[in-house]
Structure formats: C-alpha cells, structure tokens
Design a binder for this molecule. Structure first.
Ligand SMILES: Cc1cc2nc3c(=O)[nH]c(=O)nc-3n(C[C@H](O)[C@H](O)[C@H](O)COP(=O)(O)OP(=O)(O)OC[C@H]3O[C@@H](n4cnc5c(N)ncnc54)[C@H](O)[C@@H]3O)c2cc1C
Length: 673
C-alpha cells in the first residue's frame, strides 16, 4: 500500500514535470531560437558547452533583483545620452517588431530621425483586434495574436514596454488558478480529454484519482512505456546529437512515436500550425533536448534521460532561461511609471499564465503609434515600395531607393542603420543596387540567396464565432482544445488545428487587486475561435471563402463538442503565409545568415522579426529592443555582476552583437530565478 502510494506520488510528480515542461510550457512558445550558436564548437565540445551553460547562482536570487537592476540601467542610458555622434535609421515593416524597434530608437537622444517603411496602409502586421457590437454589449475578436505569454523573465520586456506606454492599468491578467490556465484539452477520438493539471480545490487523493483516470485515456496510449524508454535509452553520441533533427524524430526516439503523434503534434498545431516532421527540435525543444544525457543512475548504467533530468532540476529548482531576455531587460529605458510599477510587474508575471488588453492586443499597437507620433522623430512612410537597398563600398551606411507616393517619384536616401523586420524573402527582393548615379556601392553578395532559404510559412484560417448562450460548452470552461495529427481524416476533414474558448481566455484580473474580474467582452455569451489549415494546407492554391470556412468551423464544433446553436456573429480571416516555420537546420542557417549580413553590410543592416528568433509577440518585442540597442552598436553589455546579468559569467566581451541578427552567442542558461 505504502509502495503504491509512493508510486502514485512519483507518477503525479512525473506527470506534472513532463507534461508541464514538454507540453504546456512550449504551448506559449517557450523555446526561442539561438541565432549565433556556434555549431562547430557545439559539435566538438560537450553537449552543454555552448548552447546551455550552467550558472552557479546563490539562493538569494529573487525577483526584486530586477528592481535593483534599474539603477545601473539608468546609468547606461545616461552614458548613452552623453554620446555625440548622431545617426538616422530606417525601419522596414510596421508590425510589432518594427514598431518596437522604432520606439526603442526614438528613446536614443543620438538618433535624429527614424523613417518607418510599411508597404500597406495599416500598421500592426498580423495583430488585428476588432470590437464587434452584439445584443447586450460588445465582444472583441482577434484575428492574430490573442494571449501574451506571462513568464519570468521572458515576459518582462513586453510588460515593461506596455507600462512605459501607459498601459499598466489596462492589463487583463489571467492567473494560474483560472479555468483558462487549468483546463486545456486535446481532442482524441471522440472526445475532449483534459490534460493533467492538479486542481487546487481537490484533495490529493482526488487529484491522484483524476490523474490515473486520465492516463487510461487512449490519447495516453504507450505514454508510460514511453517514459520507461526515455529513462533507459542512452543519449546520442555528441557528434550525432549536434546535428539537428525534427521534433517528431526527437520525441519519437526518446518517448516513442505515440507521444509525438498524440500529444506533441497537438501542441505544435497550437503554436506553429506546423508539422512536427519538419520543425526543428534543436530550435524549438533545445532546453529539453539538452537534457537527454540524463543524470546517470545505477552505477552509470542508466542515464535517466530527459525524465530524470527534469525531476532533478525540479527538486533543485533550476530553470532554463534565455540569455536574450536578460539582455533586453537590461537596456530597456525605464520611464517613471515603470520605475513605480517594476516590482508589481514581476509579481504579476509570476502569478499569471497570459495577459491581454481590454480592446485586444491591438491596443498595444495603438499605444505604440501614439508614442511614436509624440516623439516627433518618426516618419511613417506608408504604402511605400522599397526599390533597392545597398551598402556603400567605402563609407559606412546604407543607400535606399524607394517609390514615394507623396512625391510621385523615386527617392534615394542614405541611412546610418537599416533594421529590417520584413519577411526574409521580401528583404531578399530589395537587396540590389539602386539605379543611382553613384557607382561606389558594394556588390550584392550572398545575403539574398541565404535569405531565400527561409521561405516557408503556413496559412491559417481564423474563424471567430459569437453565441448568445453563455453555457454552450459541454466541458468545463478552459483555454480550448488542440487536435493532434493522429486523428483520422473522418474526424477532422476540415483540417482543424484547434479551438480557443475565447470567452475565458480573455478574462482575468486587473492590476488593482481590489478590482472585480475583468473581461474584454461586455456581452454575456460564448466566444469561440476555430483555427483551420496550417501545414495541412501546404501547396494549396485555393482556400475556403468566408461562408465555407464558417460552415467548416460549425461542422467541426458539432462533431467534436455537439454544438448545434447558430452563432449570431461569424467573422473569418485567411492569414496567408502568416506563421513562419523553423524547420530542421534553422539554427545553422541563421548563424550563417547573420555572419554574412554582418560582413556584407558592415554591421549597418540588422535583421529582426518573427522569422529569426521566436514567434510570439513577446519574442518580437525582445527582438526589436535588441536590434535597436546592441544591434546598432549603441549599447554594450553591462559588466556589473548581478544575477540579472548572466553574461558576466561568460566570455561576453568577445560576443558579436552588432549587425546581422542580434542575439547572444550563449542561448540558454540555467538559473534559479
Ligand atoms: C493567426 C495568428 C495567431 C497568433 N497568435 C499568437 C498569440 O496568441 N500569441 C503570440 O504571442 N503570438 C501569436 N502569433 C504570432 C505573432 O502575432 C506574430 O509572430 C507577430 O505579430 C509578428 O510580428 P512582426 O512584426 O515580426 O511581423 P509582421 O506582423 O508580419 O509585420 C511585418 C510588416 O512588414 C510589412 N512588410 C512586408 N514586406 C514589406 C516590404 N517589402 N516593405 C515594407 N513593409 C513590408 C508587412 O505589411 C507587415 O506590416 C500569432 C500569429 C498569427 C498569424
């Protein structure tokens, strides 16, 4: 009996660790990309040597350290203020990355002018929020991002930005105890299966029974034997391990194909709408893949695999963190509101899973635009077609030729720096010599062909539905459900990726602890978002129109949840080539690209955006901050030792951060924070 109980505890611990770490943490895009990882070095050195370094930190590492880190940051800003050399910059693309980049540049007193080039007539890129009147009030529909990941320290750059923009009081924070955080489902024929997560209102025994019952669900078929496989299987030889592999291959060889097909494929449908046979494990599962060496046990006969490593790290409270997050936090300017709110933000981020804003993520874009206009430094060049972009041969700087709709003519301009946040292929198309009387421009070089290798993005159809019935769902309210690739065609002919229970993912607490629960929607009822397509639609030349998409979404909801009500509002949007895919070999390709761009454009062309180093809005904000600081060589890494400056433990003075893709050469660090 005692043994059984112990086994039960071990099982529960394991379920938490594995499912939370592998499934739920990656659900919010927890694995950004290392772009400067020195793969050659990684091949020859030990598995942890370059990509994943351990920091030996004392136990006193606590959140308030960030608060203290403000003062040196302010000093750095003051140093910056003392710089005399001024410059002009061009930012290509008006999505969240481009707008954040322009915002960060505008904070630099030595930056004279920023010209932001956007080829369409609107700013925000994939971020589109719409407030729709319905009977009894309004609902907010999102056609792009809807939930912003809350994690420490990863969410801080975005939270700092929002606070600097005056949005602190507008945050809607979904706490870890909310239904949206607790209840996440996977559809496995023919029902929604709640993923294991302990419910605080249940006793230990009740939670245990619930775990055991969940494990009996067919979706967990061969799950336990998969764990045994991982514990017993030896790690790959370092030379072989240094080669990238697909997510399906990695999960398959450690835990068996069932875990990959039934669980992991669903998660990657939720984040990337992608195919785990093509997505890169090195890029997206780096923090987990680094652990396959295990901890060694039974006289070194058994490695323990990922499972034992996760358990051991959980006991020692060691977490894998991303160096870039710390670097972005370190250079962000702190306005008076941020100085006041910094500690509150850390507490808030630690207790939440996601956050958003009352009018949707689009509110962040509105605030950014208002701030950029108020700065007086930013010129918005809307509807502008860039014709050519080229480096000067002798002097530094970039020459750009573009069609000015305002002047009705082609204009040429020289910039000190160009930061591109547009898709790589779009950039490749404009990297050529302007038809300019001057001849001293550098040859085009290899950059365009390297950019063109990064040309795979998937298309998704987003269908937003509103029903007046607030009790529509047949299961407990939650975040929503995902559909794995192992579902037979008859169960998913619409190529569904998942359904978001958008009513409950857009409610939460305000930043004032005494305020009642906040919701984006003033009308009662149920808001659902159905996501279709993704990698299933690769190679399609035609896509469903609005009526067909709504019919498909409703058919899917009827089959999966027996929902037959008619929505009173249905809006859809086809998001074409919207989600870039980090396929096998991504890190190597980005490493080569970054170095080539640095060389060919003399550190004057910087690349950012969701194609390079993480897809989430938080990742894009971080990229924007990094490129407008270290990327243009205006900031150096501060070497005052602090747990929030993990680079001081490395040979950081030799890191190349200027030009190309800015990111730290050491990608993942172990931390107690
Ligand atoms: C359906 C969907 C759901 C998502 N859900 C979430 C979520 O819940 N949470 C989350 O964190 N993230 C989510 N994401 C991801 C996130 O929204 C994007 O990764 C992010 O918005 C990308 O921002 P960006 O500025 O890098 O690129 P973009 O938004 O693509 O902006 C690039 C801009 O450049 C412009 N441009 C292109 N070519 C040129 C050119 N030649 N000259 C000038 N301008 C040009 C474009 O018009 C565009 O405005 C989602 C994405 C999609 C599509």
């Amino acid at each position: 009996m005692n043994e059984e109980w112990l086994e039960g505890r071990a099982l529960i611990l394991f379920m938490h660790l594995l499912l939370f770490q592998i499934l739920l943490s990656v659900l919010f895009i927890d694995s950004p990309v290392d772009l400067q990882k020195n793969n050659n070095e990684a091949k020859t050195n030990s598995r942890m040597s370059h990509e994943h370094q351990t920091l030996h930190r004392s136990a006193e590492m606590r959140l308030p350290c960030v608060h203290k880190a403000l003062r040196p940051r302010q000093r750095q800003l003051n140093l910056l203020n003392g710089q005399k050399r001024t410059y002009t910059a061009a930012v290509l693309g008006g999505g969240i990355t481009g707008l954040t980049t322009a915002w960060q540049l505008a904070q630099d007193p030595t930056c004279r002018t920023i010209n932001l080039f956007e080829k369409t007539d609107r700013l925000g890129g994939w971020i589109t929020s719409e407030t729709v009147p319905v009977d009894g009030g309004n609902v907010v529909f999102e056609y792009g991002p809807r939930t912003l990941r809350s994690s420490l320290p990863g969410s801080l750059p975005l939270l700092y930005l929002a606070t600097n923009l005056g949005l602190y009081k507008d945050l809607i924070v979904t706490p870890k105890t909310s239904p949206a955080a607790q209840n996440r489902y996977i559809y496995y024929p023919d029902r929604l299966v709640r993923m294991p997560a302990p419910k605080p209102e249940l006793s230990f025994g009740e939670n245990f029974d619930s775990f055991v019952n969940t494990l009996k669900e067919p979706v967990f078929n061969k799950f336990l034997s998969g764990i045994v496989k991982d514990v017993l299987a030896p790690a790959r030889h370092p030379t072989e391990w240094a080669q990238d592999e697909s997510v399906a291959e990695f999960i398959g060889r450690r835990f068996g194909p069932n875990v990959a097909d039934n669980l992991v494929s669903a998660v990657y449908h939720g984040i990337y709408a992608g195919d785990i046979d093509r997505l890169s494990a090195q890029t997206l599962l780096g923090s987990i893949r680094n652990l396959e060496g295990g901890i060694g046990g039974i006289g070194g006969l058994v490695s323990g695999g990922v499972t034992a490593s996760l358990i051991s790290r959980s006991i020692s409270k060691t977490k894998t963190r991303i160096m870039d997050d710390y670097m972005a936090i370190d250079v962000m300017p702190a306005g008076p509101e941020l100085v006041r709110r910094q500690h509150d933000l850390e507490v808030l981020a630690a207790g939440a899973t996601t956050f958003t804003f009352p009018r949707g993520v689009g509110q962040l874009i509105e605030a950014l635009i208002a701030s950029l206009k108020a700065s007086g430094k930013v010129n918005f060049r809307m509807n502008t077609e860039i014709k050519a972009l080229s480096a000067w041969e002798s002097s530094s700087g970039i020459a750009m030729e573009y069609w000015s709709a305002r002047h009705g003519q082609i204009k040429t301009f020289d910039y000190g720096y160009v930061i591109s946040t547009i898709p790589p292929v779009a950039l490749a198309d404009i990297l050529r010599k302007p038809e300019h009387p001057e001849t001293k421009l550098s040859p085009v070089g290899l950059t365009p062909s390297l950019l063109r290798k990064q040309d795979y993005a998937v298309t998704a159809m987003v269908v937003n539905l509103y029903y007046p019935n607030p009790n529509l769902l047949p299961v407990e309210d939650g975040f929503g459900y995902l559909i794995p690739r192992s579902i037979p065609y008859e169960q998913n002919p619409e190529c569904g990726l998942g359904v978001i229970f958008a009513s409950s993912s857009s409610v939460g607490n305000g930043t004032d602890p005494s305020s009642p629960e906040l919701s984006q929607d003033s009308a009662p009822g149920t808001k659902l978002t159905v996501m279709l397509g993704g990698h299933y639609w690769d190679g399609f030349e035609e896509y469903p129109d609005h009526d067909t998409a709504v019919k498909m979404a409703r058919a899917m909801l009827k089959r999966h949840m027996n929902i037959t009500d008619t929505p009173t509002v249905a809006r859809s949007r086809l998001q074409k080539d919207a989600i870039p895919q980090y396929t096998v070999g991504h890190l190597d390709r980005m490493y080569t690209l970054s170095n080539t761009v640095r060389k060919e454009y003399k550190n004057r062309l910087i690349l950012a955006g969701n194609w390079y180093n993480g897809l989430s809005v938080g990742d894009c904000v971080r990229q924007g901050i990094l490129s407008a600081t270290y990327g243009i060589g205006r900031n150096r890494l501060n070497d005052e030792p602090s747990p929030w400056r993990p680079w001081t433990s490395f040979d950081y003075k030799r890191w190349k951060l200027e030009g190309g893709i800015v990111t730290s050469p050491v990608r993942l660090v172990d931390s107690k924070i």
